[in-house]
Design a protein around this ligand. Structure first.
Ligand SMILES: NC(=O)c1ccc[n+]([C@@H]2O[C@H](COP(=O)([O-])OP(=O)(O)OC[C@H]3O[C@@H](n4cnc5c(N)ncnc54)[C@H](OP(=O)(O)O)[C@@H]3O)[C@@H](O)[C@H]2O)c1
Length: 216
């Protein structure tokens, strides 16, 4: 198993923690907005494994100063939009496209795009939905765009064994989710793990939270 993070220091420290728990984890330096890192990561996987079975696109940022109860749309800085999309959309697309040849070499690869319920246009448009009054525009629209990538890539791969899905982890106690979140980190990982281990008859081109489909 490979564990990627933006710097070698971070990924080595995280890998050591998991190794201490008995897991076979190797650190990989990968800032998903860095073309050189992406090319080096693909070359590393190619020369060491010759294929990639599972790609979990977990990296994501929320740069708007939030208060989740705000609508940041009017007057949003172009820089905020571009920075958010660089990671949440363009970086994720670039990494996935770069690894696609190795994913196609695996017998039945799985791609998990870690999205968010905040990317759901259905829930944003519905006045009685739990996210109706929570509108960080850059973050939300970047996750909607990521969901579009899931649907389009799944269609492009529909005649292969590769499955691509979007995951909503839930509100999780991470740096982004904060202390007040409902789920522990292990619970937040459940949806990604389920989608990473889908059987041959599992879904592709879907959007899920804990086994249940979400409306786009
Ligand atoms: N927490 C929630 O409640 C929640 C809810 C819905 C969806 N999500 C999604 O779940 C995913 C994980 O979020 P989280 O809650 O764990 O957030 P987090 O605590 O802020 O962690 C995000 C991780 O992404 C990494 N990252 C950011 N930019 C990157 C880049 N350019 N290249 C590589 N790695 C990068 C960060 O690395 P550094 O440590 O170097 O900054 C950090 O490790 C995200 O996609 C997020 O949008 C989270």
């Amino acid at each position: 198993m490979l564990l990627a993070a933006r710097t070698m220091e971070k990924t080595t420290a995280a890998a050591m923690t998991l190794q201490a728990g008995g897991l076979d984890v190797q650190p990989l330096e990968l800032d998903i907005t860095n073309e050189g890192h992406i090319a080096a990561a693909v070359a590393f996987v190619n020369s060491n494994f010759g294929k990639l079975d599972i790609l979990v696109n977990n990296a994501g940022i929320m740069v708007e100063a939030v208060d989740w109860a705000q609508n940041t749309t009017i007057g949003i800085a172009q820089g905020v939009l571009r920075k958010t999309f660089d990671t949440n959309f363009f970086g994720t697309v670039a990494v996935t496209e770069a690894f696609l040849p190795l994913l196609l070499k695996a017998p039945a690869a799985r791609i998990v795009n870690v999205s968010s319920i905040m990317g759901s246009l259905f829930f944003h448009a519905k006045p009685d939905s739990p996210i109706y009054d929570s509108k960080p525009f850059a973050y939300d629209s970047s996750k909607s765009a990521l969901n579009a990538f899931t649907i389009h890539l799944a269609h492009a791969l529909k005649d292969t064994a590769v499955k691509v899905n979007s995951a909503h982890p839930g509100w999780v106690k991470t740096e982004m989710g904060g202390e007040g979140a409902l789920l522990e980190i292990s619970e937040g990982a459940t949806t990604s793990v389920e989608l990473a281990l889908l059987e041959a008859d599992g879904a592709s081109g879907g959007y899920f939270h804990l086994g249940k489909p979400l409306p786009w």
